[in-house]
Design a protein around this ligand. Sequence first.
Ligand SMILES: Nc1ncnc2c1ncn2[C@@H]1O[C@H](COP(=O)(O)OP(=O)(O)OP(=O)(O)O)[C@@H](O)[C@H]1O
Ligand SMILES: [Mg+2]
Length: 259
Amino acid sequence: MSAPDAIDVRGLTKAYRQTTSGDSVTAIARLDFRIEPGEKLAIVGQTGCGKSTFFDILIGLESPSSGAIDIGGRTPYGDFDHFRGRIATVFQQDRLMPWRSALDNVRLSLELLGLSEQEQISRSTVWLERLGLGKFLSAFPHELSGGMRQRVAIARAFAVQPGILLADEAFGHLDEVTARQLREEFVGLAQASGATAVLITHQLEEAISVGNRILVFGKPATVLADIRLRDWQTHETAVLRDAIQATLQSNAADPRLAR
Ligand SMILES: Nc1ncnc2c1ncn2[C@@H]1O[C@H](COP(=O)(O)OP(=O)(O)OP(=O)(O)O)[C@@H](O)[C@H]1O
Ligand SMILES: [Mg+2]
């Protein structure tokens, strides 16, 4: 993996026109922030506040209505091919191909990167083993539990050795124990790889346990609070959680967050 570039989000705005009513819906009002290389960031926000839309723009599936996301002088939606293999996402649904084995699901993204067959197999095997699925290389998705399928999806994301790793509510639908385990593994692996990691969640515990920084999005998406966890002591966690909750409820920054 080459060192990731910073992600600069400048005046990012996105409006959608609804197909049925023709009305315009603002998903992202105006986002301004910078994610430093290697940072581990959690984004929290109410449902429908534009978090997934932000990711869609970040991975180049959507273009902004105005403003930009700049990564090393390029935009993901303008330079889709350049970012292939540099950004990988774990989604809420595992998005595995049902007709491919675990190994072949992980291989697919490496195939797209043009790696040799041998390299595809060895790298996919290493990552599946690392995620505890060494005995399930040839299992098909329907033969795996939800947690195991999500492990395959995580292996698939890491196998491309991306500089930027994204997770969109990737653990929210799993039982609490599995979710915590997978989240810790994800963050640990991201830390070890030096990748920039951005996790979307609406669970505050998850956001607080993730890493360096929490962005609280308003609805529509704009930055209500930008929290550096190093500014908070462990015994203040309850206050922090309350203040974030109050921010989400009132859609305005709670004064306790100003540090
Ligand atoms: N392709 C689309 N076309 C039209 N409207 C869209 C589209 N995608 C999202 N929206 C609208 O944009 C707003 C933000 O949606 P988005 O999926 O980004 O929210 P979210 O924060 O990820 O929510 P959740 O926490 O429920 O996943 C919503 O009002 C949604 O209806
Ligand atoms: Mg979403």
